[in-house]
Structures are given as C-alpha cells and as structure tokens.
Ligand binder design. Sequence first.
Ligand code: FE
Ligand code: FE
Length: 164
Amino acid sequence: MADAKTLDDLFLDTLKDIYFAEKQIVKALPKMAKAATSSELKAGFEKHLQETQGHVDRLEQVFDLIGAPARGKTCEAILGIIEEAKEIMDEFKDSPALDAGLVSSAQAVEHYEIARYGTLKAWANQLGRSNVVKLLEATEQEEIATDKKLTQLGVGQVNRRAAA
Ligand code: FE
Ligand code: FE
C-alpha cells in the first residue's frame, strides 16, 4: 500500500497550484491593462502586475524554505477564471460596460488567491513554519488591498459609466 499522504503533501500540492496560478496571472494582467478604458483601472492592473511578479518571487522563497523545487501544477480554476475574462474582453470590446466586466474578472482572480493564501497560511501555521507564514501573509495582504481598490473603482466610477 502506498504511504498515506500528509498535510505536508497537501501544502506542497496547493503551493504548486498557486504558483501555477500566479504565473498565469502575470500573463493575463497586461492584456487586461491594455483592454481597460479607465486610466485608473489600467494603472491599477499595471501596479498589480508588478506586485504579482513579487508574489511569484515570494513563492519561490517558500519552495526554498521547505526544500522543494519550485514547480507549478496545472490549476484548472485559474484557467477557467482567465478564460471568462477573455470572453468578457471579446464580447464587450466596444461596450461602456467593458470596464465593469474587467473589474468583475479581476475580483474573481483576487478572491481565488485570497482563498488559497488563507488556506496555505493556516496549514503553514499548523506545520510550525512561521517564516513561511510571514511570506504568505505579505502576499495575502496585497491581494486583499487590490480587491478593495477594485471594489472602490467599480462602485466609484466604472459601474456608473457602464450603466450610462
Ligand atoms: Fe497574487
Ligand atoms: Fe492578485
């Protein structure tokens, strides 16, 4: 019988999932920035692209700390969320509702990340890896701040413009 898998295995699998996801997000954000019509939304996507590159770096530090090679594992969830973002960019290309759609796609991405980082943080805590917790926490805070900014942009201007 195969050895029973442990919380360490679950942690590593999920780390690979979010590593794959972050790299997909690095590829998707420039397209979303290019598509956005609001200059603030465009600037927000560009800023978060920089941060996301930092998230990839932090994950590589986590792999290093746990002594595992930095390797991604296909994350169907992020592929689906990004695919839906592409649909919106396509189908709402010349619509005043395009930016509202982009905000909704970006928030789906951030919520996925927040869920993953929250879980990984709890498991790292359980496994007694406080240095890993700190790295995950730093990224989680940037995802939460980004989600809040997207809400402000949506409610503050983008949604109103979409309804005009
Ligand atoms: Fe991220
Ligand atoms: Fe993010």
